[in-house]
Ligand binder design. Sequence first.
Ligand code: COA
Length: 250
Amino acid sequence: MQYLKVERDNEIVQITIDRPDKLNAMNLDVMDEFISILGELDDDSSKVIIITGSGQTAFSAGADIEYMSRIEPTEAEKYALKGHEVLNKIEKIEKPVIAAINGYALGGGCELALSCDIRFASTDAHLGQPEVTLGICPGWGGTQRLLRIIGPARAKDLIFSGRRISAEEALSMGLVNRIFSSESLLSETKTYARTVAKNSSFAVGISKMLVNRGMDTSLDTGLKLEIYSWSLCFSTNERQQRMRAFLEKK
Ligand code: COA
């Protein structure tokens, strides 16, 4: 891969967008590489995925403005569809994906983080949706996922103004889960990932699906889905082993 660095540490996979000279802006090649690696991770033995950016400055400065300055609506649609394909894959893969936001997460970079399940940021990170300053609206799910994560009033504030917010402000509005010093961001993220990886991947994966589905369905349907999913967990050997281990320890 040219733009993504993939490192495996037992069951934890770290994907680093490695285009630091362009602040990890995501061109079509970056997106194709994401599609390829996410396809591999979909059914391998990895349990948690971490996405971060290389260098000290940016998680990702978003979609590639140089490329966007040259394209017409037909290519723009293809670029949007590619972005949606990547972000939908991240959202749907039945294992947790954590964004370790190590600097700017702007436009598509913020949207990439929004598609992850958990967002940790360094204290010096900045997030934002500056698309309107470039004459476009967010195009990789920003209007829809931001709305669902921080609510319509805050989403509109960020999108209409295009302002960049600090990690602290992002934390206060629930846009990031936790913040760490830039030196400890990755190690803290890995420690968290190891905690998650110790749990049943079947149970974690099905929980991810339930929470995601719950955002778009009625409470009644979501609760029904939970009953059937919960019952399905009883079909796994792992459930038996884990419960037996608990009882035997006593
Ligand atoms: N697409 C393509 N290239 C980008 C980019 C993007 N989204 N963001 C930054 N770059 C490139 C710059 O053009 C520059 O390239 P160069 O060295 O070849 O000239 C390099 O990355 C460094 O960026 P620069 O702007 O010089 O860094 P900075 O520290 O002064 O500013 C930012 C950092 C993030 C504030 C600024 O780069 C920025 O606003 N980027 C655009 C963010 C954005 O609007 N994203 C939404 C896209 S929809």
